[in-house]
Design a protein around this ligand. Structure first.
Ligand SMILES: Nc1ncnc2c1ncn2[C@@H]1O[C@H](COP(=O)(O)OP(=O)(O)OP(=O)(O)O)[C@@H](O)[C@H]1O
Ligand SMILES: [Mg+2]
Length: 303
């Protein structure tokens, strides 16, 4: 079974305002409420690809209920840890410019944190856990390490898509996949990178540090895949970008979903590129049909 873990989900409140002005009354032209959170995005794309997965993470209050109802309505399997505090709401204000206002996230007490950890005690070597996104500040600093510790102890595989120290610490536990974008890769090594030739040594370095597979995603420029058997250049399909939020999450879901079906790393990469781009070309996350339309346009070349 595949599990996704979202420690700090959100309701994304997407608001459209014509010529937004600070300090006055503005009227919304439209507003939408969507479930947000990187692991939840991964679960939604896996569901589109008809790959079984269970979404784990913390949800609480009326905002949490909104998210679980929404996902259950779409037949996405969930087993969230229910907490007392309310799940956060993030505001995405779309006007002449885009402004985001993100919540810090709920208070999570020790008992609640332990309950999610204990869910991972039932993992087996046939399972894979995808950890995505940052954690709310109320969780212990080493919480990701505790979760990874449980996963590794059960001989289950894991993917981690987060930033900074949590990502660094995870490498020694041999994640099946890490997928920094260029900015995250630069931050990780404290460098500025210009073009493929600059990026390649740092992708390889992540393999040396313990990752089994590394994707460095480059938005519209595609991505690079590093494996023990060799490296590949991925070329993304071309199209009109509508909203690239969640492209990286979609890429992880495409890669893992296809690998779980075929065990073929090149096909997995092609589906990762496809799912990422299909999401960038959609208002919300990609649908299965969007991915089928552009799959053949995604190209994978050996470096
Ligand atoms: N503008 C675009 N045009 C075509 N494909 C895109 C575009 N943006 C993203 N993609 C596809 O999605 C993949 C992942 O995108 P990106 O590198 O932006 O991930 P990310 O920064 O982790 O995104 P996020 O964290 O917001 O989900 C890219 O490698 C590419 O295949
Ligand atoms: Mg990302």
């Amino acid at each position: 079974m595949i599990y996704t873990v979202t420690l700090n989900p959100s309701i994304d409140y997407v608001v459209q305002v014509k010529d937004f002005e600070l300090g006055t009354l503005n009227k919304m032209e439209s507003d939408r409420k969507l479930p947000g959170g990187k692991g939840i995005n991964v679960s939604r794309i896996l569901h589109e690809l008809e790959v079984d997965a269970t979404a784990l993470g913390f949800l609480g209050g009326f905002t949490g209920t909104f998210i679980s109802d929404w996902l259950n309505n779409d037949n996405i399997t969930t087993d969230f840890t229910v907490i007392e505090d309310d799940t956060r709401i993030n505001i995405k204000l779309k006007s002449n410019e885009e402004t985001e206002l993100n919540g810090r996230g709920p208070h999570i007490n020790e008992e609640e944190a332990t309950r999610l950890l204990n869910q991972l005690s039932n993992l087996t070597e046939d399972d894979l856990v995808i950890f995505s996104g940052s954690k709310p500040p109320s969780l212990p600093a080493d919480y990701y390490q505790q979760l990874i510790g449980k996963t590794v102890k059960a001989n289950a595989a894991f993917v981690i898509d987060t930033t900074g120290q949590d990502l660094k610490n995870a490498l020694a536990y041999h994640p099946f996949l890490v997928k920094p974008n260029q900015h995250e890769l630069e931050e990780l090594f404290g460098v500025k990178l210009n073009g493929e030739a600059d990026i390649i040594p740092y992708g390889e370095k992540l393999l040396e540090l313990g990752a089994q597979n590394v994707i460095v995603s480059l938005a519209g420029e595609g991505a690079l895949l590093f494996t023990k058997e060799g490296s590949y250049r991925g070329i993304s399909p071309k199209g009109t970008v509508k909203n690239s939020v969640g492209a990286g999450d979609s890429m992880i879901a495409g890669f893992i979903g296809e690998f779980s079906k075929t065990n073929d790393i090149k096909k997995a990469f092609q589906m990762g590129l496809t799912a990422g781009s299909a999401t960038a070309f959609s208002e919300d996350l990609a649908k299965r049909a969007d991915m089928e339309t552009i799959y053949q346009q995604a190209e994978v070349r050996k470096i």
